[in-house]
Write a protein that binds this ligand. Structure first.
Ligand SMILES: C[S@@+](CC[C@H](N)C(=O)[O-])C[C@H]1O[C@@H](n2cnc3c(N)ncnc32)[C@H](O)[C@@H]1O
Length: 234
């Protein structure tokens, strides 16, 4: 199945946690955001649609091919700057209101370093949002999922402490997954990942843990304010 279709499937099955996170933050027009490990750009496009022409999205990926695809899709809605860069070396031309990553930390050698770089790229009072799975908590017919290609397939389970250990204030954290049996986007997504149609077996997709951290004085040496456009009060 072509890569773009995988992106659409992932966008569907993991849309709810993304929407929940963005609405809790109150992301709105004019925000500056970075999508780290942007891949084919589902998150970058969602952010670009919200921040609009007065906002700016930095789409960062270690793979230059991913970068080009994201740039063309997201530029329809917002100013987009596509950068080929390792997350471990993240360095942006300006501080952002929001640093976001999804399905990235599970693939990097040192997740804590990446979180610290994301925090350092964010304004005081801005947010770092991380969405990573607990792969082995997913089930097909009561058999646990595994993902051999990932360095940290269960890193979602560590996010609450990884965030505060990186000097961020943990302001919200939760886990979500979709479950189904029979034809539908859950079985379609699974079939793409594994090459096997689960048929009518019950499938619980790996929960995606969302952690929202706020950058405060512990990271940048100054206590910042929540961006004025935010609608959420913590
Ligand atoms: C599974 S994809 C996730 C894409 C996207 N974030 C999403 O949720 O659909 C992981 C992406 O992270 C990128 N990546 C892996 N290691 C990276 C690193 N050290 N720095 C930056 N990007 C990296 C890969 O090139 C790939 O595009």
């Amino acid at each position: 199945m072509p890569e773009v279709e995988n992106g659409l499937l992932r966008n569907d099955v993991y849309r709810r946690p993304l929407e929940t996170a963005l609405s809790r933050l109150g992301v709105s027009s004019g925000w500056r955001c970075v999508d780290v490990g942007a891949g084919n750009g589902d998150v970058s496009v969602a952010l670009a649609q919200i921040v609009g022409r007065t906002g700016r999205i930095y789409s960062v990926d270690i793979d230059p091919l991913a970068r080009d695809g994201v740039a063309s899709r997201a530029a329809e809605f917002s100013q987009v700057v596509a950068i080929t860069q390792a997350a471990e070396d993240l360095l942006l031309p300006e501080p952002v209101d929001l640093a976001f990553c999804r399905f990235l930390l599970m693939h990097v050698n040192d997740p804590a370093t990446v979180i610290r770089r994301m925090a350092a790229a964010t304004k005081p009072g801005g947010f770092v949002v991380i969405q990573e799975p607990i792969t082995s908590a997913g089930r097909i017919d009561d058999t646990a999922f595994s993902m051999e290609g990932a360095l940290h397939p269960d890193i979602g389970s560590l996010l609450p402490s990884l965030v505060w250990q990186s000097g961020l204030e943990l302001v919200d954290c939760w886990a979500e997954s979709q479950a189904w049996a029979g034809k539908g986007i859950v079985s379609g997504y699974l079939e793409h990942l594994t090459g096997v149609d689960p048929g009518d077996s019950p499938v619980i997709l790996p929960p995606l843990v969302t952690a929202i951290g706020r950058v405060g004085e512990m990271v940048n040496g100054i206590r910042g304010e929540i961006p004025s456009t935010s609608t959420t009060e913590w």
